[in-house]
Design a protein around this ligand. Structure first.
Ligand code: 4AD
Ligand code: MG
Length: 445
């Protein structure tokens, strides 16, 4: 027995189909146990997939004779989350074509688990979040984490195929990028205060002078006192920035990128989407061209739809919900009033009361997933904007330099990864889209 334990090939559950009628070894965790006296059904996962393993007393006896008792005994004691190594024969499920199961001949237990924290009964979100370190083992969370990783990969793939080079912006920064009200400050040795980055954008603007088209992808922080289903205090942002790209082309880039990512996920993550019970029909419609409207037009439309929004003010979360429940594809909202947007956005030469920006709103009530703009490239204008926003020009001297030495028209945008994942998976709240969520009311585990 020891001999066979050592020499049977270890395979991943996802590859079982390639080993029909062969004897293989798998390693994983048991997430469901059912016993009918002489047969034990184990649901096993190994990170790559899920399989039913069947331990039958009778067949153990015919294989091992006297030694069968000990194997049966260790299998009978298996509890939820017991970690195991199983040897068995792969066979096609008698009723479900294309599905495979393992007829177990040998069992090794790494560790038996005591009664598992997350039992079969319904648990509230707080309990699950307190036990996030275990909750991530569930099938549904596994599927979300897989899709998140897939989305991350496809964003990078598209960017790479379209001439963008990865450039890692710093996380510790000396000043604000997205307004001073949502900054996390920390004591920085003898140098006074530093802040956790809200977005790597300003550094990417410096990077275009070196690499032309760049992106970063990493954690960013917002000390935002918002307790909504769309807000985290730490989330992952992809910022992209491109030299010589103006407002219109900036939106085309965003449209192509989203269409690519959705299309790839629909093709490559069918099983995971089914585990999260995503209705894929709305996602199948995500094709160019997306809807477009100016902020002014959006306000008018919202008023028709019953919102109390006034001209010149920012869209609230409810407005985004109303609007994106009305249209079946993403919506670009362009040209917001300059007062409600960041200092670095370029004014529209045709109407300086608005900026050359866009938010990209996802349908089905999801709202903003991307924010982008053409950047102010004129040195004097930018100094004026900094002052209007009460930002100290001396803090931004390095940034202003980029408008002094060969300044060019350029644009970029930022994706909130968790909001994109929430929409693609059809989740109500962003807290399930990130491994360990940080919100104003939560910093553990
Ligand atoms: O719209 P935002 O604030 O834009 C920027 O930070 C720009 N500097 C990006 C750029 O142009 N390079 O943030 C970008 C995206 C939003 O569209 C949203 O999806 C997400 O980040 N986001 C959040 N996601 C979760 N929790 C929060 N508190 C978020 N704040 C923004
Ligand atoms: Mg925004």
């Amino acid at each position: 027995m020891e001999h066979r334990m050592i020499y049977t090939m270890v395979i991943l559950i996802k590859d079982l189909a390639q080993h029909k009628n062969e004897t293989v070894k798998i390693r994983g965790w048991v997430f469901n146990v059912r016993s009918s006296g002489k047969i034990i059904f184990l649901q096993v996962r190994d990170g790559s997939g899920f399989v039913q393993a069947i331990v039958e007393e009778k067949s153990l006896r015919s294989l091992h004779g006297d030694k069968a008792e000990a194997i049966w005994d260790s299998a009978s004691k298996i509890t939820l989350e017991t970690s195991v190594e199983l040897i068995g024969t792969v066979s096609e499920h008698p009723k479900k074509a294309g599905e495979f199961e393992l007829h177990v001949s040998e069992v090794k237990v790494f560790q038996y688990s005591p009664e598992y924290t997350i039992g079969k009964k319904e648990h509230g979100p707080d309990f699950l979040l307190d036990n996030r370190h275990l909750w991530i083992r569930s099938e549904r969370q596994w599927a979300i984490l897989r899709i998140r990783a897939g989305i991350y990969g496809y964003i990078e793939e598209w960017l790479k195929n379209n001439g963008f080079t990865r450039f890692d912006s710093p996380i510790l920064t000396p000043s604000a990028c997205e307004g001073t009200t949502t900054l996390f400050g920390i004591d920085y040795f003898d140098l006074g205060q530093a802040f956790l980055s809200q977005s790597g954008q300003l550094y990417l603007e410096a990077a275009i002078g070196s690499l032309g088209r760049v992106y970063d992808f990493g954690p960013v922080f917002r000390a935002e006192k918002s307790k909504t289903r769309r807000h985290l205090t730490e989330f992952w942002m992809m910022d992209a920035e491109a030299a010589f790209v103006e407002h219109e082309e900036n939106m085309q880039i965003q449209e192509k990128l989203v269409s690519y990512v959705v299309d790839k996920i629909l093709k490559e993550y069918k099983f995971e989407l089914s585990l999260v019970e995503r209705d894929v029909a709305p996602l199948e419609k995500i094709k160019s061209p997306f809807y477009r409207m100016t902020h002014k037009e959006a306000v008018k439309k919202l008023q028709e739809l019953g919102s109390s929004i006034e001209e010149g003010s920012d869209l609230g979360a409810d407005d985004e919900t109303i609007l994106t429940n009305t249209y079946d594809k993403p919506i670009f909202i362009e040209k917001y009033p300059s007062d409600v947007k960041a200092f670095y956005m370029k004014r529209d030469p045709k109407d300086p009361s608005v900026v050359l920006c866009n938010d990209l709103l996802a349908p089905e009530g999801y709202g903003e997933i991307f924010g982008g703009s053409q950047r102010e490239d004129n040195y004097d204008e930018l100094v004026k904007r900094l002052k209007e926003h009460n930002l100290k020009t001396e803090d931004f001297q390095w940034y202003l330099d980029t408008r002094k030495f060969g300044s060019v028209p350029h644009s970029g945008f930022g994706i909130g990864l968790e909001r994109l994942v929430a929409w693609i998976c059809g989740l109500k709240h962003v807290r399930e889209t990130i491994p360990f969520p940080r919100m104003i009311t939560r910093k553990t585990p």
